[in-house]
Design a protein around this ligand. Structure first.
Ligand code: PGA
Length: 252
């Protein structure tokens, strides 16, 4: 059974399990794409949205959901990281979504190895590209154990823009297995800023599993603060938290 928790401050949708959570999030994204075929989506990587992408692929392949007019901007990319590396988020998005649907315009921040000045220039261009298409209609977010959204780690200001950032120790530890060891995980990344994220017209923050329960509760109940980047999402007028029961356990 799906239920809506009205407290503590903003409604939270709680699904019985991960599969039902992904159904709900994918249904909201699909509804937007049907309603607005030229929609601009902000997308996330990580294990949490994988089931959502599977459902969007099925909706495209089996039910004709049309992504050909949709533009997508991803939140972040490791730095330094070539787009064609199997560790890149560019590769992740290609494998898990874009090689399986017809979407002509999708962008991931560029983590190509180069000078900080060149990275800063490409960050400005990423922001300009988002503005040029009229801004993001719907931003999908996960939450890291550090409380990050995108790679905005604790200490990121709420008005931050796309930029080079340093990764939190917990974030690097969580990525270590997929890189074959902590020392292989990049120390930096390029991330959309919190200010960029908060300009999206709608935000879906999703979390699954008991490992996220405490950080999600802290983000959704305390004061918004730089020490917990996800807490800024609550201040957004059209943000919704989507959890499975394991991730929601700290609210009860
Ligand atoms: P995860 O990552 O989905 O792999 O838990 C979430 C995040 O770091 O934002």
């Amino acid at each position: 059974m799906i239920f809506i928790l009205q407290r503590p401050t903003k409604p939270i949708t709680i699904a019985p399990d991960y599969a039902a959570l992904c159904d709900l999030v994918a249904e909201r994204i699909a509804a937007l794409v049907r309603e607005k075929p030229g929609a601009v989506l902000g997308l996330a990587t990580g294990s949490t949205p994988l089931g959502v992408y599977d459902r969007l692929v099925s909706a495209a392949q089996d039910n004709g959901l049309d992504f050909s007019g949709v533009t997508c901007f991803n939140l972040d990319e490791y730095f330094p990281m070539s787009a064609d590396s199997p560790h890149s988020y560019h590769h992740f998005m290609q494998q898990n979504l874009f090689r399986r649907i017809r979407c002509r315009r999708w962008f991931v921040p560029d983590g190509a190895p180069r000078s900080e000045a060149e990275v800063a220039q490409s960050c400005l261009e990423y922001e300009a590209a988002i503005r040029e298409v009229g801004g993001i209609d719907l931003q999908l977010l996960g939450i890291g154990r550090s409380g990050h959204i995108g790679f905005n780690e604790p200490g990121s200001p709420p008005d931050s823009r796309t930029r080079l950032v340093s990764l939190h120790q917990k974030t690097r530890e969580d990525a270590a297995a997929s890189f074959g060891g902590l020392s292989a995980v990049p120390a930096q990344a390029v991330s959309m800023g919190i200010g960029t994220i908060l300009e999206a017209r709608e935000i879906l923050l999703m979390a699954s599993g008991a490992g996220k329960a405490e950080i999600v509760r802290a983000a959704w109940t305390g004061e918004s603060a730089e020490s917990l980047p996800a807490s800024w999402v609550r201040s957004h007028p059209n943000a919704r938290l989507y959890l499975d029961t394991a991730a929601a356990q700290a609210f009860s």
